[in-house]
Write a protein that binds this ligand. Structure first.
Ligand SMILES: [Zn+2]
Length: 163
């Protein structure tokens, strides 16, 4: 890196640390020619980012915090540990980063996440799904709830015969 003081291209990195939640790396450099210190910042190039296509067609950079926040909201006061929530995020990321290089539809991230959440907690699943699917009306939501309850109670039809 060319020194801003003496223009020599002969420096040594003396410190590197992440900033802005890992999106930036800040490096302190020591110019071997003039002895001055300067700082450089390294960013992920925008083109290398995974973009998320929203329902209205707009694109935003993938943001782990958004997914994590949505899951945390869905799991509020539910018996799902913070560790389990983070594990879902990591699994979903592994999956979508492997299958998509440049862009992915938001609904796909939602579906991947909801599928995993469904195995953990049905209430959290319905909460999460109601946001990402943006049910058109209450009937759609109730259909989904019925599906969830139906799949978790395979013996339900026989219960009426007990009495
Ligand atoms: Zn210098």
């Amino acid at each position: 890196m060319r020194c801003p003081y003496c223009r020599e291209n002969h420096d040594k990195v003396i410190d590197s640390r992440g900033a802005d939640d890992g999106r930036v790396i800040r490096r302190r450099r020591h110019c071997q020619a003039c002895g001055k210190r300067f700082t450089t910042y390294e960013h992920v190039e925008e083109n290398n980012r995974l973009w998320v296509i929203k329902k209205d067609g707009t694109r935003v950079p993938y943001d782990r915090q958004k997914l994590l926040g949505g899951l945390q909201k869905a799991c509020y006061k539910r018996p799902v540990s913070a560790k389990a929530v983070l594990a879902i995020v990591e699994e979903v990321e592994d999956d979508i980063f492997r299958r998509h290089e440049r862009e992915v539809e938001a609904v796909e991230i939602g579906r991947e996440t909801a599928d995993r959440l469904k195995q953990l907690d049905q209430v959290a699943y319905v909460r999460f799904a109601s946001v990402y699917k943006q049910f058109r009306d209450l009937d759609d939501l109730l259909d989904e709830v019925r599906d969830v309850l139906g799949s978790s109670q395979p013996d339900a039809p026989d219960q009426g015969k007990l009495f």
